[in-house]
Design a protein around this ligand. Structure first.
Ligand SMILES: [Zn+2]
Length: 205
């Protein structure tokens, strides 16, 4: 079965962070005959490298579109990094396009800060460090607020420590003023360091 090789990644603004995501696309699954009405089926979806066909990853699915319960797809997969086994249902939705037929949608299963997302989406993404498939909105938000900015703030805080001749590790004492540095410069850097590390702490702890 087809998957997303290197040439078929989604177009995302944050290219380097989302490039490695596994993507499941409801339209692709419909075209490949995975998603059909009134059906109970299970199987696996395989991502293979474009050209060589080498298997990169796979997930298992169990689809129930029989009803009367709302249609669902159960996703099962093992995370390579941790070996954790994930198994959960994703609700499916349908709409009827004007020209007939049926259009399928995933319902984003993620819950952020206690609030279920439940967006109706065509694609779900699993970032390299993620556990669950989620919509672009959920993960963009996450990347913007946590990964990029926190990591870079952390790096900035460490850089200040190093510039003052200190230890980059955040739990060690803040370095004293180096000889030859203006006090004004030192206070400015210390103030900036405190501001940044407060931001870092709020996010991580
Ligand atoms: Zn979402």
């Amino acid at each position: 079965m087809g998957g997303s090789g290197s040439g078929r990644q989604p177009s995302f603004p944050e290219k380097d962070t989302v490039e490695d995501c596994r993507v499941i696309d409801v339209n692709q699954w419909m075209r490949k005959g995975v998603l059909v009405p009134n059906s109970l089926r299970r199987g696996s979806w395989v991502w293979s490298r474009a050209g060589t066909g080498e298997e990169l990853a796979s997930i298992g699915y169990a689809i129930d579109t029989v009803g009367p319960a709302p249609p669902t797809i159960r996703l099962t997969y093992t995370l390579t990094a941790t070996g954790e086994h994930c198994d959960y249902p994703v609700r499916l939705q349908t709409t009827q396009p004007r020209f007939g037929g049926i259009r399928w949608w995933f319902t984003c299963p993620l819950v952020t800060e206690g609030r279920p997302c439940q967006r109706r989406v065509q694609k779900l993404y699993l970032p390299p460090d993620g556990r669950y498939y989620g919509c672009r909105h959920c993960y963009q938000f996450r990347y913007a607020s946590q990964q990029d900015s926190t990591v870079s703030a952390f790096a900035q805080a460490q850089a200040i420590r190093v510039r003052l001749g200190g230890d980059p590790r955040m739990h060690t004492p803040f370095p004293p003023k180096p000889k030859g540095m203006w006090w004004r410069t030192y206070y400015r850097l210390r103030h900036r360091f405190r501001r940044i590390s407060r931001r870092v702490e709020n996010r991580w702890w």
